[in-house]
Design a protein around this ligand. Structure first.
Ligand code: NDP
Length: 397
């Protein structure tokens, strides 16, 4: 019996639901719960399996969550709501005895700041309860950590340089849109950059450091150094790392829109008074921007995300590049969602599958790179995100 509860019915939740349904041998009982129940019902309709249950839940409310968990009795919750809900869902999992998985680390609503400390603090309680929590199991974080663990296990005695390179060379044919929740996306990109070097974090201006990087089947794209949450856990779990950085591509149009949004105050996350009503500008902006879930239909092109690694094996320096390219059109054909939701939702499903087949059962709070990467890498090839390796090439970074 594999009873799974998916929380969140956005782009990622839709992909998770489709992939869970495709693996019905493992996931025998499925429920999708979210703030807006009609969105859960729409997903069930698009999948065409009326046996999938749906429910309304406010995931900011621990008591509501616990009541739902007692009613459905899931073995694991796949949290693909927003990072704001991580702690309430973890708390409810502890109270109801449910295992936990997410794709993004906790972020307080009133501060654009994310770090693992809040979730790592739950480690002892999960361990004592005999419950497994799997943190950051999307693509990045997620597959980026599993690629690194795979490289460390099979190809390196010591990893020295790690560069995670994330390219979206797709075109959704809109003037401006974000590929996942606009509020979370804009908060992530507009914060200061940060990377790890020789035991210290080095801060940069927002998108200050950039260079062209060549992506397979795509070509050179200007790539910008950002802080990304998996850097924090990867330098902790692979202490030989001397430098760790994260790069993401952006087009000029996107950056121009982003600059204007910031300059006119629409990226603000504090409350303002509007005609006697309190509103948060970035939340208002989300309401008028295209819904990331609706981008799939005309999305062309592909994503390419991978790890470029330099290190030592048997006393010699070597390089390794492992990556996946994902077509937006193929993702849409399969799940009705674009490639960014697809590359996040597939690993989330695989993480839960790893839990159910016993490969990734470890009481406590764990980042993905702490588990054996091999069975996960095998599943990536089977579940729609095949990977490719390049040895001893010029890493460019
Ligand atoms: P969406 O905004 O499309 O979906 C979020 C869903 O969560 C919506 O259905 C929303 O409900 C629901 N939700 C929000 N607040 C609550 C609440 N209080 N109670 C219950 N449900 C709630 O986001 P995405 O699907 O694009 O992203 C989902 C997650 O995936 C995010 O955490 C994002 O950061 C993460 N992500 C991770 C990536 C990775 O590679 N690791 C990449 C991309 C995303 P409603 O419909 O009512 O608004």
């Amino acid at each position: 019996m594999g009873r799974v509860l998916i929380i969140g019915a956005g782009g990622v939740g839709t992909v998770v639901a489709h992939k869970v349904e495709q693996n019905a041998g493992v996931f025998t009982d499925i429920m999708i719960a979210s703030r807006t129940k009609s969105k859960c019902d729409d997903i069930v309709k698009s999948i065409g399996n009326p046996a999938i249950k749906t429910a309304q839940v406010d995931a900011d409310n621990v008591n509501e969550l616990v009541a739902l968990f007692h009613e459905f009795k899931p073995e694991i919750v796949i949290n693909v709501a927003l990072p704001y809900q991580d702690l309430t869902i973890m708390e409810a999992c502890l109270q109801a005895g449910v295992n936990y998985l997410d794709t993004a680390n906790y972020e307080p609503k009133d501060e654009a700041h994310f770090e693992y400390s809040w979730q790592w603090a739950y480690h002892d309680r999960f361990k004592e309860a005999g419950l497994t929590a799997i943190l950051g199991c999307g693509f990045d974080p997620g597959v980026s950590g599993i690629y690194t663990a795979y490289a460390a296990k099979h190809y390196f005695d010591e990893i020295h340089d790690l560069d995670i390179v994330d390219c979206n060379a797709g075109d959704h044919h809109k003037a401006f849109a974000t590929n996942f929740n606009p509020e979370i996306n804009i908060r992530e990109i507009t914060q200061k950059g940060r990377y790890y070097e020789n035991g210290k974090w080095v801060e940069t201006g927002s998108l200050e450091i950039h260079q062209p990087i060549t992506y397979p089947n795509i070509g050179p794209k200007e790539s910008y150094l950002l802080y990304h949450e998996e850097l924090e856990s990867l330098v902790k779990h692979f202490p030989t790392i001397k430098r760790a950085r994260f790069w993401m591509t952006f087009g000029q149009e996107y950056l121009t829109h982003l600059r204007v949004i910031q300059n006119i105050g629409m990226a603000r996350i504090d409350e303002i008074d509007y005609n006697g009503q309190k509103i948060v500008p970035i939340q208002f902006l989300k309401a008028v921007l295209p819904n990331p879930q609706d981008l799939g239909e005309n999305y062309t092109g592909e994503t390419s995300i991978g790890c470029r690694i330099r290190g030592i094996k048997d006393g010699k320096e070597r390089t390794y590049y492992v990556y996946n390219n994902c077509s937006h059109e193929a993702a849409y054909k399969e799940t009705g969602m674009q490639g960014v939701s697809y590359t996040t939702g597939v690993p989330a499903m695989i993480g839960a599958l790893m839990y159910f087949n016993g490969e990734w059962k470890r009481p406590g709070v764990n980042n993905v790179e702490e588990f054996d990467p091999d069975p996960f890498m095998e599943q990536l090839n089977k579940q729609g995100l095949p990977w490719h390796e390049v040895f001893d090439s010029d890493l460019e970074v």
